[in-house]
Write a protein that binds this ligand. Sequence first.
Ligand code: PLP
Length: 356
Amino acid sequence: MENQITVEKATTKKPKPEADQLEFGRSFTDHMFILDYDVEQGWHNPRIVPYQPIILDPAAIVFHYGQTVFEGLKAYITNGGETQLFRPQKNMQRLNRSNERMCIPSIDEELALEAIKELVRIDREWIPTAPGTSLYIRPFVISTEPYLGVAPSKKYQFIVILSPVGAYYKEGINPVKIAVETEFARTVKGGTGEAKTAGNYASSLKAQELVAKEGYAQVLWLDGLEKKYIEEVGSMNVFFKINGEVVTPELNGSILEGVTRNSVIRLLDHWGIPHSERKISMDEIYQAYQNGELEEAFGAGTAAVISPIGELAWKGEKLEINQGETGPISKKIYDTLTGIQYGTEDDPFGWTVTVS
Ligand SMILES: *Cc1c(COP(=O)(O)O)cnc(C)c1O
């Protein structure tokens, strides 16, 4: 495979959004990366081109059967003015695990990471510098073969786009209200829950829309079969602190394995805080709450890093957690992870990758 990334620079540059106008995923930089796949040549023609619409045949498989995967990570500007990524190799590995589940041919992880770095370098001036802001990186694969039969595509494109994003918490880290979903399922074991693929998000919209009307930020998903065991919250993994121990659902085939989840576990280990990955039923959470042992709850994902849960609504009950305030462990993890990402804290694990 020819690995040399060619670059075609944009001749006109778009205006950049003002720092206080940044929204998640609404504006995009001047360039994008594309890599093509066909059966004869494999993955080929890696190129950076001006950001532009893509033209696809209306019969392209992705439109009909959703054979597609994506990733999400961020680039940060440190106080010293360096650009860095947070554990991007993990995202590339997960990209290929998602590809494998969706019958998409594996992508050279080093080439994909090099492409991301080169693209971020070229659009570096798009990375916002105000506290808490970053450049969101969205790699994704689409199946482009025009064919209405249900079969894996023979053609794909791997594309990377970049979007400057504002601070997730504008007034400091803040707890959210979450509704436990007892009717709809996001996925089931054996389904596609452990892949970052579009269908999982399409299937979550209905539940999300209904709870939003009641004032809840996200749904907490239970297992799709018995609606008994906790899985994830929105597009975050979830942790609870019960009587001094931090617990998170074990990876069971329907949960997405978050890079943030893994980083939280590594930090807890490092600090010697008791923790485990295991099955957690909603009944257990309710019992712990009744006994006054439910000390903290939080979501963990790239967008928010840590999102404390102040209230859980379940079967008509409202479980208030830590008086609706951010708990000490949630805060400590948030401060440490964001500190490493923005280069204000030491990085003893070697998690950051410098771009420039
Ligand atoms: C992306 C995602 C996460 C979080 O993964 P991170 O790598 O930590 O950002 C968790 N759950 C779902 C369903 C996701 O799509």
